[in-house]
Design a protein around this ligand. Structure first.
Ligand code: PHB
Length: 390
């Protein structure tokens, strides 16, 4: 805490001593992402999508040149905080963006507040994040947005008893609670709740305990980057064949890894806000451009958080005619609506959080590749946790 106070004080001192606007003709976006370590896929997806947006829309907006300064935090919150501080003090960035995991987004919240610089959260999904600073706006998702839809689907499809397995940190706790609250409300029962460590997870013993409890389905939340491990261990133990259904938010059938999982992944039902196979013209063009610019990569749900985050930055600058004062930018972002590759989205003017469709999907083979194929749509879903607080 003492460190944090010193860091905040240093940022404020530096900002006060700075000229009103740094380089008048340049807008700087400090993009902090995990480009190394277990969550590299999130960093790569978001960087690729942000660069694609700039390539498609030009690097000048409202008469200003947009400069992205990319920093790798390796998924470590102390590094994120230090990098954000350097970007504010040395580079005088006008936006902080990225944030691959919840602890990384939270670490920067006090700095964004003190410096009055917008923090655009392009990945992290815990509900509370946007409440930690009036300068935070989110273009990714909230984990509960998908979990309540999974609970409704399960109850309607004859699933009565469920074991939950979640990664043991804030978004996992959000997943566990939001799924259970809704599932119990609609008549289901959660017979066991298991939590797996974030670092070096081994799901095998947890999967065995879950199987021993003989539920109708296993609900699993793991962050993007970890999906392959849990899916492989589920399949290796033959749990798919034992008749236990696997359900959860779409992080477990992440499009980035899905095709590598093999046919055992067929039939897995998830709810989520984006699938590479989302059947809109906008998305077809997005997938084509993304794969062309990044051969061998499939855009996943993290990528659209980065793409839409850049869109939000561009449109806010257009609205302020290039002015970079933090309050003006945040006001410009509130209530903004547009069509994303994922479908129609908006920024809730009250919470600065994303409002988006949630789709129920099933893993199927399309053109020889595994895809999340959407079969039901829930429109304009707000974060259910914040909605319940009202
Ligand atoms: C998070 O840390 O908030 C997080 C990261 C990856 C996900 C979901 C949530 O897939």
């Amino acid at each position: 805490m003492a460190f944090l106070k010193t860091a905040v004080a240093a940022v404020v001192a530096a900002m006060l001593g700075a000229p009103a606007v740094g380089a008048q003709d340049t807008v700087k976006v400090g993009l902090i992402l995990p480009m190394t370590g277990p969550f590299t896929s999130t960093g790569k997806q978001i960087e690729a999508a942000a660069r694609l947006y700039i390539a498609q829309n030009g690097s000048t907006v409202a008469g200003k040149k947009v400069e992205v300064i990319l920093k790798d935090d390796g998924g470590n919150a102390d590094a994120t905080r230090r990098l954000a501080q350097e970007l504010l003090v040395n580079d005088k960035v006008n936006f902080l963006a990225g944030f691959g995991l919840t602890p990384l987004a939270l670490a920067v919240a006090p700095l964004a507040t003190q410096a009055k610089v917008p923090e655009v959260v392009m990945a992290a999904g815990t509900s509370i994040i946007t409440e930690r600073s009036p300068y935070i706006v989110r273009t990714s998702f909230t984990v509960p947005q998908s979990c309540v839809i999974v609970a409704d689907w399960a109850a309607k499809n004859n699933i009565k008893k469920v074991v939950t397995i979640v990664t043991d940190y804030a978004p996992g706790h959000d997943a566990e609670k939001s799924f259970k609250d809704r599932f119990v409300e609609v008549g289901g029962q959660v017979i066991s709740e298991l939590r797996v460590p974030l670092q070096n997870p081994d799901f095998a013993p947890f999967l065995q305990r879950a199987a021993d409890a003989k539920p109708d389905a296993l609900f699993v939340f793991v962050p993007s980057g970890v999906g392959a491990i849990v899916m492989k261990q589920f399949i290796e133990r033959g749990l798919d064949k034992a008749g236990m259904k696997l359900i959860g938010p779409g992080d477990i059938t992440d499009d980035d890894i899905l095709n590598g999982l093999g046919d055992a992944a067929l039939g897995v039902i998830t709810a989520h806000f984006y699938a590479t196979a989302h059947p809109s013209e906008k998305n077809k063009a997005y997938v084509e451009a993304f794969t062309k610019a990044n051969p061998g990569m499939r855009p996943n749900f993290m990528s659209v958080g980065g793409y839409d985050g850049m869109h939000l930055i561009y449109e806010a600058l257009k609205k302020t005619n290039g002015a970079t004062e933090g309050d003006a930018l945040i006001n410009a972002m509130k209530g903004m609506k547009w069509e994303s590759p994922r479908g129609p989205i908006s920024i809730d003017p009250e919470t600065r959080d994303i409002v988006q469709n949630i789709y129920v999907r099933k893993v199927e083979k399309v053109g020889g590749e595994l895809h999340n194929v959407e079969f039901a749509t829930f429109e304009a879903v707000k974060d259910p946790v914040k909605a319940a607080k009202k």
